[in-house]
Ligand binder design. Structure first.
Ligand SMILES: Cc1cc2nc3c(=O)[nH]c(=O)nc-3n(C[C@H](O)[C@H](O)[C@H](O)COP(=O)(O)O)c2cc1C
Ligand SMILES: O=C(O)C(=O)c1ccccc1
Length: 369
C-alpha cells in the first residue's frame, strides 16, 4: 500500500490529529455528548462479542468487494457524513472525497460541508457518492438540496433522523467551539438558489448569513410523513440515518425506504443511549432482509466490521477513523482506507470465510462477563 506513511494504527492517527489540531477542533471531532457513556459504549460494545472462527476451509481467494445502492465498492465500507472537514485540513471534503474515489469506496457529503456538493462532485468524477440531508426547517430548501444532489450524480440520500437538535456537547461548550460560527460548513447553503433568494444572503459568510443558516439547519417537527412526501419527490434511494429502535426500523420499511443506518451519531447526540452494536441485532430481527442495513459507531478495525456484518449489517460507515487520517490530506485518508481493507481481508481469511455473504453467517458468541 506504500503511500509513504508507513503503518499507523487508529490510535496513532488520533494522536497525530491531537498533536496537529487546535484543542477546539480536535475536541469537536473526538468527543461525545454528556458524560460520553454512549461514545465509550460504541467502542466497548464490540468487546461484548467474540468471533468463533472456522478453520480448514480453503480461504485462498477472498473477495470483500460489494455493491452499495447500486454502486460498486472495493469493500462494504463508506465514508460517513462528517461536517466541516476544513477544520481538519484546508482541502477538507475535496481531499477526503478524492481519497474515497481513489480507493473505490462511496463518500457521503454532509449538508454542512464547507465545499459545496457541486465542488465535491466535480473533484470525484464518476466515483460513487451519497448526500446526507439535515432536513432544513424550510421544505423548499430541503427539496432544492435534493434536486442538486440528483443533478450532480449522487446515488442516494441519507436523511439524518437522530438530530432534531444538537446533542449536549459539554466539551464544545467549555471550548466555546462551534464550527458554524467560524463560517465553516456553509458550502451548500451559500450556493443554494432557494436559500440565497429567501435570505438575500451575501456569498461572504457574514454573521447574518450564519444566523440564517443556524435558524434553518435542523427541523424538530419531522415525522415519517415527511419522508413519505420525499419518497414521491425523488427516485433516488432514501436512507434513514440514526435508527436504533426496532419499531423505527419497521417504520422505515413501511414508508418504503431503501436503507437505514443503525447509528447513534457516534455518541454525539443522546448520551446514555444504546451503543450501535448493541442495537443492531434487534433491528436485524425486526426487518430481516426487507431493507439494506448499514451500521456506524466505533468501527476502528477489521474485526469490528466482521462483527457488524455477522450481526446483520450489509455494510458499514466510518466517521472519526477517516477524519483523523484527513490530518494528512488525501494521502492520509487513502492510507486509512487501504489499511482498513487489508485488515478486513486478513480478518475474513482468519474467520474462515471467503465471501461477505458467508461472513454474514459467521459465528459470534456473547463474551463471558
Ligand atoms: C466531527 C464529526 C462530524 C459529524 N458530522 C455529521 C454530519 O454532518 N451529518 C451526520 O449525519 N452525521 C455526522 N456525524 C456522525 C457520523 O456520520 C457518524 O455517524 C459517526 O461519526 C460514526 O461513529 P464513528 O466516528 O465512531 O465512526 C459526524 C461525526 C463527527 C465525528
Ligand atoms: O457535529 C456533528 O455531529 C454534527 O452533526 C453537526 C451538524 C451541524 C451542526 C453542528 C454539528
Amino acid at each position: 500500500m506504500s503511500l509513504n506513511i508507513g503503518f499507523r494504527s487508529p490510535e496513532q492517527w488520533e494522536q497525530l490529529a491531537k498533536a496537529h489540531l487546535d484543542k477546539g477542533a480536535f475536541d469537536y471531532i473526538q468527543t461525545g455528548a454528556g458524560a460520553e457513556e454512549t461514545l465509550q459504549a460504541n467502542i466497548d460494545g464490540f468487546k461484548q462479542w467474540k468471533i468463533v472462527p472456522r478453520v480448514m476451509r480453503d480461504v485462498s481467494s477472498v473477495d470483500v468487494s460489494t455493491s452499495i445502492f447500486g454502486e460498486r465498492a472495493s469493500m462494504p465500507v463508506s465514508l460517513a457524513p462528517v461536517g466541516f472537514q476544513t477544520i481538519i485540513h484546508p482541502d477538507g471534503e475535496l481531499a477526503a472525497a478524492k481519497a474515497a474515489a481513489a480507493q473505490q469506496v462511496p463518500y457521503t457529503v454532509s449538508t454542512v460541508s464547507t465545499y459545496s456538493m457541486e465542488e465535491i462532485a466535480e473533484a470525484m468524477g464518476n466515483a460513487p457518492r451519497f448526500f446526507q440531508l439535515y432536513w432544513p426547517s424550510d421544505d423548499d430548501i430541503a427539496l432544492s438540496f435534493i434536486r442538486r444532489a440528483e443533478q450532480n450524480g449522487f446515488s442516494a440520500i441519507f436523511v439524518t433522523v437522530d438530530t432534531p437538535m444538537l446533542g449536549w456537547r459539554e466539551q464544545d461548550k467549555q471550548n466555546q467551539y462551534f464550527p458554524l460560527r467560524k463560517g465553516e460548513g456553509l458550502g451548500n447553503y451559500l450556493t443554494d438558489p432557494i436559500f440565497t433568494e429567501k435570505t438575500l444572503a451575501s456569498r461572504e459568510g457574514t454573521e447574518q448569513t450564519i444566523a440564517e443558516v443556524a435558524s434553518r439547519l435542523f427541523n424538530r417537527s419531522l415525522t415519517w410523513e415527511k419522508i413519505n412526501w420525499l419518497r414521491k419527490q425523488t427516485k433516488l434511494p432514501i436512507v434513514a440515518k440514526g435508527i436504533v429502535h426496532p419499531e423505527d426500523a419497521k417504520l422505515a420499511v413501511e414508508v418504503g425506504l431503501d436503507g437505514l443506518v443503525v447509528s447513534n451519531h457516534g455518541g454525539r447526540q443522546l448520551d446514555g443511549s444504546i451503543s450501535s452494536i448493541e442495537a443492531l441485532p434487534a433491528v436485524k430481527e425486526a426487518v430481516g432482509n426487507d431493507i439494506q442495513i448499514l451500521f456506524d459507531g466505533g468501527i476502528r478495525r477489521g474485526a469490528d466490521i466482521v462483527k457488524a456484518l455477522a450481526l446483520g449489517a450489509d455494510s458499514i460507515l466510518i466517521g472519526r477513523l477517516y477524519a483523523y487520517g484527513l490530518i494528512n490530506g488525501q494521502a492520509g485518508v487513502m492510507h486509512v482506507i487501504a489499511q482498513l481493507k487489508e485488515e478486513l481481508e486478513t480478518s475474513l481469511v482468519l474467520t474462515g470465510e471467503s465471501s461477505l455473504a458467508s461472513l454474514q453467517q459467521a459465528t459470534l458468541v456473547r463474551a463471558q462477563k
